[in-house]
Every structure is written in C-alpha cells, then in structure tokens.
Design a protein around this ligand. Sequence first.
Ligand code: PLP
Length: 502
Amino acid sequence: MSKLAAEIAKISVCSGIMLRHVLQRLNETGSGLLIHVDEDERFLQTITDGDVRRMLISGASLDTALDHVRKTPSITGPADMSDDAALELMDRHTIDHLPLLDDDGRTTKVLFRRHLSGRIFLSTPHMGDEELQFVQEAFASNWIAPLGPNVDAFETEIAAATGIGHAAALSSGTAAIHLALILLGVSRGDRVLCSSLTFAASANPIVYQGAEPIFIDSERRSWNMCPDALVRALDECKREGKLPKAVIIVDLYGQPADYDRLLPICDHYGIPVIEDAAESLGSKLNGKACGSFGTIGIFSFNGNKIITTSGGGMLVAQDPTLVRRARKLATQAREDVAWYEHIELGFNYRMSNVLAGIGRGQLARLDERVAARRAVFRRYREALTDEESIRWMPELVESQSNRWLTAATLDDELDPSQIIADLARVDIEARHLWKPMHQQPFYSGARFFTASGNRDVAGDLFSSGLCLPSGSNMTESQVDRVADALRRAINRARSNRRAAQP
Ligand SMILES: *Cc1c(COP(=O)(O)O)cnc(C)c1O
C-alpha cells in the first residue's frame, strides 16, 4: 500500500461504526477529519467533530450507527485538481479540507488548507538581489558595529532618492520622531498637535518629552489631517495664549496629506511641521517627495513598511545643522573630543552598518515596490468595481500615493470586524484601519479638534474601514483570491443581516 493510501485508510470509516467509535477515531487520528466510505471504499461523506456534534444534537446517540444518520453533502474535487483551484473551492465553501476523488469515486488524496501554504499576509518583507551583497561587504570589512560605510551611503542615497538635503539613519521611525521633537525644542509642558488617525508611534514621542499631545481630525478627501480642524485648534491655542511647539502631520497608508493647505496655516502661526512619512516613502505631492514637506521628515524601515531594514528609521531635513545634531544626539550626544564628553542628554538611536546594507539593497528597488503596490491596488479595484459597498481610500489628484496598504471603507450595514474574521477563516490577513489616538484609552485625557461640531471623521473611518493584503510580492492570483474572498464575505454578511431582520 502506498503511503498516501495508508494515510487515507487510517482516516476511513465504514457505515456500521457507532458514533462513539467515530469520536474515538477522530481523537486518535488527530487529523480533525474522517472519511466515510461504503463497502467498496467509495467516498460517501467527510465527518468532522462538528458533524458528530450536530448528529447528537439532532437526536442520534453515541450508540447510533453511522449509516442510520442522515448524510450531509460534502464538497470534493477531481483527482487531478490543482492546488490553486482546490484553495479557491475551499475558500468558496469556507472549508479547510478537500477530498479528491478518482473516476470510481474513491479518495485519492485529502488536501488540507494548512498544507497548501495559502496564508496571505497584510504586508511582508520583500527582499531583492542586492541586500546580501551589501551585508556581506559589512561582514568582509568587519564593519558590523554601529556606523560605517553602509550607513553613510544609505543616508546619501535616501537624500538623493527623495531630493531632501540631508538624512540621518536611525534605529526606528519612532526614534526619528523623538529626535525631531527634541530638535524643535519640545520639552515638558509644551503642546504638540498631531494627526489622530495614525499609529501610536506618531504620538508617543510627544509623551516621552513630557509634552501634551493635541489630536486633529481627518478630512474625507485625503483621510489625513483636516486643514479646517487644524485652524480651529491653532485659533483656540492662540486664544489660550499657548501655541504648540510643533505639528506632526502623518501621510497615511502612503497618501500625502494636503500640504498645499496645511503648510500655509502652520506658516501663518510660525509653527514648524514634522512630516511623519513612515508609511509613504516613494509617494509624491505636486511631484515633490513625501518626507520633504516639513521642517523635518521621518521614514520607517520596520518589517511591514514599503522597504525594510528589519527595523530602522531615517530623519531627513533640508537644514544640515538639524541632521548633524540628530546624528550627535543619536550617538549618546558624545562631544567631538578624544574622551567621552557629554554636555547634553543623548540616546542610542543609530542604525547599524549591517542593517543599513539591507536598506541600500531595498532602496535600489523602491520604484519597483511602489509600482507593485499600486498594481495590487488597481487589481483590487478592477476586480471589485461592481461591489458598491466598497469605497477605496481616495488619492488627491495632485498626488501619487505609494499605496503602501490598500485601504477602503465599507457601507454602514457591514461590520469590518466580521469581514476581517471571515477573511481570517480562509487564511487571509486583513486589518482594521488605525484606531484614532483620541479614542485610545491611553490618550483618553487628550484634547481632540474636529472641523466643526462633533463630527468625527477619523472615528467614522476607523469604524467602517479595513486594510487588505498589499505586499509588493503578492501574485496576481493571490490578489484575486483576496478579492473573491472579500466579495463572498460581504455577501455573507449581507445575507446574515437580512436573515436577522424581523
Ligand atoms: C511604522 C510607523 C511609525 C513608527 O516607525 P517604527 O520604525 O516602527 O518605529 C510611525 N508612524 C507611522 C505612521 C507608522 O506607520
């Protein structure tokens, strides 16, 4: 007997068996699945723990023989079915296993979802050909420790790629925001305005400095900081006689904020801007690179970002004195003398030469990665054009988003939690949008400004939105699988809702 045949025999049961023994067999085999066959070993049905439970609930007892219980129709495929087609069938029926039958109706193989490497992640690292070469150079020259030629080159290359004067390679995007605040003189008791709809790392460094974060709502047209809400906040701060020391503006999911409107407002009040471009390296507004709009810009190279150094960040600025000072503070604020001399408080925030090597290899492919993520977005949009309950994250006409994550909102009648859970059932990782900072328990005491009244755009986006898998290494068939699964999840949610209505 072949190994495959032996495995099938191990999980096969015939009609005379009592449910008690069916449960025992399920327990022993640990596969979660038995195959019910007739005396000629022809396939009758699959049986799972859940099936036995339903048989018992509908009146069978542990001593009932299997052939006295009504059979449930099982999904099967032909013996020569491809893995892709099998996955598609499993997705369609939300099942995790699929028996393949030959022409005589005998089981030749049982496919399990977990063996088909079907999991699709939100955003995974995408390595090119050059990263290892730069890392190897670091090893060969023993430049492992902090700093070295890869760090210098990575800084120069980021500055060149974004057209921003100068760059300091750091250990994370969060560290870059922290240093940016210090460079702008933010300290205890100061106010800093910050986009509310963002990752906590945008705002936490404000608290590191003992300053007070004040959150600003989003606008619908870019999902980013709302200029009208910003004006309200600044007017109010002015009236209170305490203007903020800085404004942190986030470019969400790769979409540049509306700097044409935001910057003149900040200029009018003389407040410097920190552009949190952690998610938007490679994006542009009016042909200018994201990261270049503030007095200081920051990027992140965390594992899920558009390019990665496994962990890392960059602080960029037009003004070389700011960047020089960032490098110094990031290196324990060591003074330029022969011994360890410290006049001010420093940090250990520099990027290592090994990781900068990964970054150089990644950066060489940035244009391709942006094109790939935009292609993922386009394919979703085309595959789901007729799905009216989906509204894709907008793109300002004067901008080009890197579409780091494909994000969308759903009609009010659909609950993103349910859709995300449904996608997880078929091994697809989708996520909620960032939960806005003004709704986070940690920031419950913080002030929050909307454009008018109690309209809460960021909150509405959060409660109706989701992000889909968007990695630059996704195949077209993976994007199609997600689109199909999303369509089914939406239809299921709709029909459940209708069924629940009186
Ligand atoms: C990822 C991210 C950060 C933080 O970057 P790290 O490198 O993970 O510290 C900051 N802001 C936003 C908007 C991010 O998405």
